[in-house]
Design a protein around this ligand. Structure first.
Ligand SMILES: Cc1ncc(COP(=O)(O)O)c(C=O)c1O
Length: 399
């Protein structure tokens, strides 16, 4: 696993004071490089959007803004936040269960494209557009059967899910659209899975999408040229040395665009996790180490109410131990060496586990534990106020 930079470890050490530390540290310089690299590696007709739900902190969005084509939002709250800070950025709006007020705000705030999730939503949107004497531009989000395609641990389609329009209902939607010129169809949206770790499997999925939209284009005589292939590129938390092979994916994509004659299509990505996970670290200082029924438990300041990612994804999160030499007490410092530990937080629940049976060289009370890949779906998916512990510090390293 790639060691954290000294910029990050020094920031963690500097943040320590009299109180045991818990903090998020975001390395914005590395995020800047990462985003620039991703954007530059995509074929010319591909546009990179950032799915704001992964981490909507302003410094994160400001770092990404110069590199992405725009932002994908999934709620009225995200829309208002993005518009308040980026009045001119292209914004696309997807996600299930949109309120009338959210759809109306999308019309008002100049959302470029709405990703429609059902015929019911299409009808409400058309009614709102008609009342506002506006036209509205949409993609239909479709849930497709995946046949023999490999699936990941987080599947949003290819089976019964609340996401998107069942492919069997497409003809009815298209007939309805033909009678409602206030809603203009530009193409289709797919986000069938997250946690994709296999570049080849992802290219096969995209090939399936490309063939499908071209077939619908012909079959239904549509005038569309737009396809949103969603997000879903994963982070390998279990085997951090085996990450998604982006260079193979981007060069394979260029070849696929050519072989599938997709160069005239506008292809959009809306990546979340793969954009921001690697720039973030969650740090907890060790409060206690104890043995119970033969297992060592390392209790850190904080827990899953700050960093729910390992619990949400059901993995043992990798971490680094940063030794801290300060020991203020007049008695020996507890610690363990060359053993396996389970890292837990301060919550009164056995589910507050960040890492299980993890091998450590040495860990002592007062040392810092640094969890990498904590920049996406981490703080923002956590139940912050459970037990009313204070929130962690949030440190943004600009250079
Ligand atoms: C519609 C849609 N697009 C994009 C994303 C971003 O996915 P990821 O963070 O896996 O790239 C999600 C995540 O749930 C989503 O639901």
């Amino acid at each position: 696993m790639k060691e954290p930079s000294t910029r990050v470890t020094e920031a963690a050490r500097r943040a320590c004071n009299d109180e045991p530390l818990c903090a998020y540290i975001y390395d914005l310089a590395s995020l800047d490089r990462h985003a620039a690299g991703l954007a530059a590696s995509l074929p010319d007709n591909c546009e990179l959007f950032y799915a704001v739900k992964a981490n909507s902190d302003l410094p994160i969005l400001q770092t990404l803004a110069p590199h992405v084509h725009g932002f994908e939002v999934a709620s009225g709250g995200e829309l208002a936040w993005v518009r308040a800070h980026f009045p001119d950025a292209p914004v696309i709006f997807g996600g299930p269960g949109k309120l009338d007020t959210e759809l109306a705000a999308a019309l008002e705030l100049g959302v470029e494209l709405l990703h429609v999730e059902s015929l019911g939503e299409l009808r409400r949107l058309a009614w709102l557009a008609w009342r506002a004497d506006r036209q509205v531009d949409v993609l239909l989000r479709i849930n497709l059967p995946l046949d023999d395609m490999p699936v990941t641990t987080l599947t949003m389609g290819g089976q019964a899910t609340p996401f998107g329009i069942d492919v069997g209902q497409l003809p009815e939607c298209l007939i309805w659209l033909a009678q409602h010129p206030e809603v203009r169809l530009h193409g289709f949206h797919f986000h069938l899975m997250s946690h994709q770790l296999d570049a080849r499997a992802h290219l096969i999925l995209l090939e399936r999408y490309f063939r499908q939209v071209r077939q619908w284009n012909e079959q239904f005589g549509l005038a569309i040229n737009h396809i949103n292939v969603g997000g879903g590129i994963g982070i390998n938390y279990r085997e951090p040395d085996r990450q998604f092979d982006w260079p193979a994916f981007s060069s394979g994509l260029a070849a696929l665009v050519k072989s599938e004659s997709m160069a005239d299509w506008r292809i959009r990505f809306e990546l979340g996790r793969y954009m921001t996970a690697a720039c973030g670290y969650y740090v907890m200082q060790v409060l206690d180490i104890k043995q119970c029924f033969g297992r060592y438990f390392v209790v850190g300041r904080g827990g899953t109410h700050h960093f729910r990612t390992p619990y949400a994804q059901g993995h043992s999160h990798p971490f680094f131990v940063l030794p801290q030499e300060h020991w203020p007490y007049p008695f020996p410092r507890p610690g363990v060496e060359q053993t396996q530990v389970t890292v837990v937080g301060q919550l009164c629940t056995p589910k507050d586990v960040l890492a299980s049976n993890a091998s450590v060289e040495r860990v002592r009370v007062g040392d810092l534990l640094l969890f990498p890949y904590a920049g996406a779906y981490a703080w923002h998916i956590s139940h912050h106020d459970f037990l009313r512990h204070p929130h962690p510090q949030h440190l943004y390293l600009f250079s």
